[in-house]
Design a protein around this ligand. Structure first.
Ligand code: IMP
Length: 181
């Protein structure tokens, strides 16, 4: 598998700071609770939250849906729940990448069932091609049509998470194999 750079650290920093500014303006006078969807969101979440200029609370939730494959199974299981009381809170669910949208819409339902007053969604990457749920992404960093991306928290079978830039994985065409087989 070959990887090609898609978004550099500089591009990511710029976009994350813009998002933080936008969210800070929209939530002026409110103390929102940011709920990060583990594990892919870690770097995005920590960069975003350090750039937020209003008082905020943070918590995390973890859902399992992918296993080691590149496709969502659609079966979503909460493996780590939120710990703060979300009743009457203004919640922003923060995710790394939205693909089918099944995971995120399930999480939004969970947050709603905990009594949140308002819920918005923030995703670093909105990957549009395979969307099957009609989830509305209120804040997004980058929009891509398709492709499997890694780095800056995003993994493929737990690999590549710690790369500072974002890459797209591509099948490497090996001419020798093509010719020989
Ligand atoms: P969804 O339920 O299909 O929207 O899947 C969302 C989750 O699948 C994300 O939070 C990621 O963990 C994972 N995912 C989807 N696309 C990618 C990708 O391109 N790279 C890495 N993880 C991905």
């Amino acid at each position: 598998m070959h990887r090609r750079i898609l978004f550099s650290k500089e591009q990511i920093d710029k976009r994350v700071n813009e998002l933080a500014l936008e969210i800070s303006r929209d939530y002026q006078g409110v103390e929102p609770v940011f709920v990060g969807l583990l594990k892919g969101v870690i770097f995005f979440f920590s960069d975003l939250l350090r750039a937020i200029s209003i008082p905020a609370r943070i918590d995390f939730i973890r859902a399992e849906s992918y296993g080691n494959s590149m496709e969502s199974s659609g079966n979503i299981r909460i493996t780590k729940d939120v710990e703060v009381d979300l009743r009457s809170k203004h919640v922003i669910v923060v995710d790394d990448i939205v693909d089918t949208g099944l995971t995120l819409s399930h999480i939004v339902d969970v947050v709603r069932s905990r009594g949140a007053e308002t819920i918005k969604v923030c995703a670093l990457i909105d990957k549009m091609e395979r969307r099957t749920s009609n989830i509305n992404i209120d804040y997004w960093g980058f929009r891509i049509e398709k492709g499997f991306v890694v780095g800056y928290g995003l993994d493929y079978a737990e690999k590549f998470r710690c790369l500072p830039d974002i890459y797209v994985l591509e099948e490497k065409v090996n001419n020798d194999t093509v010719k020989g087989d």
